[in-house]
Write a protein that binds this ligand. Structure first.
Ligand SMILES: C[S@@+](CC[C@H](N)C(=O)[O-])C[C@H]1O[C@@H](n2cnc3c(N)ncnc32)[C@H](O)[C@@H]1O
Length: 322
């Protein structure tokens, strides 16, 4: 198999080791936490996604397959955090598919709410098929394309081939699920065919993420350095991002458990407060009953008939005493 450096003659000559080690594949961006930790099989790639946005600085990002928006919001967050002059597009029917499962309208509504509130100035949700969206994006314009639709061999091949003309001269494509071999998943097979034709790098964790540099004018210096570092330090890059991904996944799980526990506690407090209010109501009504009974007794003692019958009651007491 050819190395990345051999495959891309436009990759600049290898950077010195100290430069490669510092920032050619990891930076402070790799530690940024996702702001929208929605449910997703993509969560372990947030660290690399944040890094590549900072290193590659794309002007146009397109995602094919957005679902709850996890990966897309990581890209959008980076645009805001880094102050990029970028546009982003998320393409999805928001109906689901055989691999992601089919889902209801609430999913699109939730994604739209976040998008409109936080990213509306640069981000567009294209609710349509990937093929329909082709006419909405100019040829040669996309700097970063993320493919995450249906995962059969024919699907991913169709998506890549139909969108390839949209890639800019420094375009990079991310393929999710290249390590997933269950059922009819076939991204891994297509990745094997592609990864030898362009500079490429494969992450194995989180179902696998393939990084492919397809720009016909070569790579940006940052991506060239990344692919060059990958030739030498591939295992370190893989294990570092796998560890970052595992940490992120476990942090997100712990946070989600804490959120659920807090929600359970909130509901329990709500129930207890309702019970307390009901008991206070019952106590208040009992107090009112006592006041009423006391008032009735006072009225009885004060009544004329009570006074008139007093000798009779006294006589009755004397008889009882014998
Ligand atoms: C695996 S999910 C995307 C996951 C997402 N990237 C994340 O971060 O969790 C795949 C999505 O692709 C969409 N999809 C699949 N094929 C499609 C097509 N041809 N056109 C439009 N949407 C499609 C489905 O509706 C589904 O929401």
């Amino acid at each position: 198999m050819k190395s990345n450096t051999e495959r891309c003659d436009k990759v600049p000559r290898e950077a010195p080791l100290e430069r490669r080690a510092a920032g050619s594949w990891i930076s402070a961006d790799s530690a940024v936490r996702p702001r929208h930790p929605v449910d997703s099989a993509w969560r372990e790639h947030a660290a690399f996604a944040s890094w590549i946005m900072a290193a590659h600085r794309p002007s146009l990002v397109v995602e094919l397959g957005t679902h709850n928006g996890f990966s897309y919001f990581v890209f959008c967050d980076a645009v805001v955090r880094l102050g990029l002059d970028a546009r982003t597009y998320a393409v999805d029917t928001w109906e689901g598919d055989v691999h992601a499962g089919f889902y209801g309208e609430d999913v699109f509504a939730a994604v739209k709410q976040v998008n409109d509130a936080e990213y509306g100035s640069f981000s567009t949700l294209l609710r349509m098929t990937f093929d329909e969206a082709l006419s909405r994006i100019q040829d040669g314009s996309v700097d970063l394309l993320h493919l995450d639709g249906r995962h059969r061999y024919e699907d991913v091949r169709h998506d890549f081939e139909s969108w390839l003309p949209k890639l800019s001269s420094r375009g990079v494509v991310l393929f999710h699920d290249i390590a997933e071999r269950r059922e009819d998943f076939g991204v891994w097979r297509y990745w094997e065919e592609l990864s030898d034709r362009w500079p490429s790098f494969a992450f194995e964790h989180g179902h696998g993420l393939g990084v492919l540099g397809v720009g016909d004018a070569g790579l940006s210096p940052q991506m060239a350095e990344f692919f060059s570092a990958a030739d030498h330090d591939g295992d370190v890059i893989r294990s570092t991002y796998a560890a970052l991904g595992a940490r992120e996944e476990s942090d997100l799980l712990r946070e989600s458990e804490l959120r659920h526990a807090a929600e359970r506690d909130r509901r329990r407090i709500e129930t207890l407060e309702k019970e307390k209010a009901a008991l206070e109501g019952a106590l208040e009504s009992a107090r009112r009953d006592v006041v009423d009974v006391e008032a009735a007794l006072d009225a009885t003692y004060a009544s004329t008939s009570w006074k008139v019958t007093r000798p009779l009651r006294a006589l009755g007491s004397a008889v009882r005493r014998g």
